[in-house]
Design a binder for this molecule. Sequence first.
Ligand code: Q46
Ligand code: ZN
Ligand code: ZN
Length: 306
Amino acid sequence: MKCRVCRAPAVLDIRRHNAAFCRDHFLKHCAEQVRRSIKDHDMISAGERVVVAVSGGKDSLALWDMLIGLGYDADGLYLGLGIGEYSDASGHTARVFAHERGLKLHEVDLAGEFGYDIPGAAAATHRAPCGACGLSKRHLFNAVAIEHGYDVVATGHNLDDEAAVLLGNVLRWETGYLGRQHPVLPEAPGFARKVKPLYRLGERETAAYCVLRGLDYQVEECPMAEGNRHLGYKDVLNALEDRSAGAKAAFVFGFVDRAHERFTDDAGAEREGLGACVVCRSPTTGDVCAFCRLRERVASRSGPSR
Ligand code: Q46
Ligand code: ZN
Ligand code: ZN
């Protein structure tokens, strides 16, 4: 196996590109995929400030590293979800990464600042933890971006994540979600732009990127992910990819290039006619936003019952 570019011994092959790369050319390939995503979708303009949602895992650290390498002004944001040892270790990893590179990391601790954690929210809502977790992340990433004047929130969703979410949305024909599933969600009043610069890279590639760059990332996955529907979809997609290299990329890139637009009307009304939440001032359709309702629900459950 030789590097496609320089013919030196390769460290990794990427079947869907029918190519193998040496270390340096693999890292260049990753940066090029990210540069291309940003350019093709006008994700970040010159001079804009970016906040990267950092979990301490391979994707978010690879993303932060690549954005800095490409010359962007990118700070990090870590959310303490209160998921036991997993959260302790991932917070530590994110802090070490930022500290070693002199990067700015914002931290928000759910329990300390909002009085609940993800296991508590799951118990109070009698739902899978990922629902409350996703809601909290969406709200807080945006709220921190708005509060600190960032133009863009960048998340580490990779090709495998996007393919799994797309499969889930297609299986149930969630046309509103399909209209919002895109590498860029534009800014709107009260909302920063959301971008996914890693959507062209598979998770095997982001992991290899971290290893080859010597980035210390949190290898353990979240223990609450068990039973998450998307893991099942990932298994199905991996089986497809085994039989037909490039299936995931064709599925996601074809959707982005040729199908997404057909669903934008279904998602369109979402961000129109919004008022401000009476509690936190975030944009919402009702009086109180979903995040504040969640907080209230957990508080009333775990508070004194007398
Ligand atoms: S952190 Fe949160 Fe994920 Fe854990 S509880 Fe689910 S959503 S699995 S990316
Ligand atoms: Zn090479
Ligand atoms: Zn609110």
